[in-house]
Design a protein around this ligand. Structure first.
Ligand SMILES: [Zn+2]
Length: 179
């Protein structure tokens, strides 16, 4: 399955690599190689990173911590202390090296640096009182996203991921009713 980068922030996109968390969770990152592909595909992260078993487990614990904290934010409740510790620890590591070249910006670093970058971005979002965090409006989709739309009117994590599916289902339902 293809990865989606629709949440507006790598920490939220990482959290979104577990689909339908409440009903029938599907984990898109089942092995270190999956995480290597995810990092390479994620905007704002280095193109290439090596992931070993220990790093993979670290990334998964950061993912679950990011999800928990973002959900706490959505529900307006205090942050889970254990998740805060995980995210803050990851953010304490040096971030990737940024360099400018003829092809533009280049990021490089190992997995710790990548996780630091993800944690730092997540902290920036979660610390921003003006950031509008939402859960996708499609029943069963548990993806969290940052609504940056004017008036914060966005309903779905992504049109291709959920918006079109909901609209198509509503259309089929209308046709059934009129038939
Ligand atoms: Zn969705």
């Amino acid at each position: 399955m293809e990865f989606a980068f629709v949440s507006g922030d790598p920490a939220l996109d990482l959290a979104g690599t577990v689909l339908s968390r409440r009903d029938a969770p599907v984990d898109l990152l089942s092995a270190p190689a999956d995480l290597e592909r995810w990092v390479a595909a994620c905007p704002g992260l280095p193109d290439r990173v090596r992931v070993d078993r220990a790093g993979f487990e670290l990334a998964r614990s950061l993912r679950e911590a990011c999800y928990r904290l973002a959900l706490d934010r959505v529900h307006g409740r205090p942050f889970d202390a254990a998740s805060l510790a995980i995210v803050n620890r990851a953010a304490a590591a040096p971030p990737p090296v940024v360099q400018l070249g003829d092809t533009g910006l280049r990021l490089s670093g190992n997995l710790r640096a990548v996780l630091s970058q993800i944690a730092r971005g997540g902290i920036t979002v979660l610390a921003d009182p003006a950031a509008c965090l939402k859960e996708c409006g499609r029943a069963g989709c548990t993806r969290l996203y940052l609504d940056r739309s004017r008036g914060a009117r966005r309903t779905w994590c992504g049109m291709a991921e959920c918006g079109n599916r909901v609209k198509a289902a509503a259309y089929r339902a209308r046709r059934r009713t009129s038939a």
